[in-house]
Design a protein. Structure first.
Length: 132
């Protein structure tokens, strides 16, 4: 009986962790400038490309701020946020990272070394693609 109790206690300690929902923002690789290059989706089925340098998001992971420079002259097409500086955070409900900018949940995101994508398509929203 003592062995069973010891085994149960051991399993409980191994499986418990107080940092499961903590996001280490520094490890996500958002730091620096990102060019918004494409927006797709939405109810209207938008598929709009942007040249690099037209819309730039500059993430600062130390103060959790993003500076958006939006020089798009295209009217009638969603192009993200207007130029300005906004707070951002990463939340992980159900172990899926989501990007929140200016208290607006932009959706799930996936990063690689030279691109990242934010997607709201699971709720008929937009998918936004960024490249370095």
């Amino acid at each position: 009986m003592r062995r069973l109790y010891f085994l149960l206690v051991l399993v409980v300690f191994i499986s418990c962790s107080n940092d499961d929902d903590t996001i280490n923002n520094g490890s996500l690789g958002l730091q620096g400038e990102w060019n918004l290059v494409n927006i797709t989706g939405g109810f209207a089925g938008v598929n709009q490309d942007f040249e690099k340098g037209i819309i730039i998001w500059d993430f600062n992971e130390s103060d959790m701020m993003v500076t958006v420079t939006n020089n798009s002259t295209i009217t009638g097409v969603y192009d993200g946020f207007p130029s300005g500086t906004y707070t951002y955070s990463i939340v992980a409900p159900a172990d899926i990272d989501e990007l929140v900018v200016n208290e607006i949940n932009l959706g799930t995101f996936i990063t690689t070394s030279d691109s990242f994508t934010v997607s709201q398509q699971f709720r008929d929203g937009f998918e936004i693609r960024f490249e370095r």
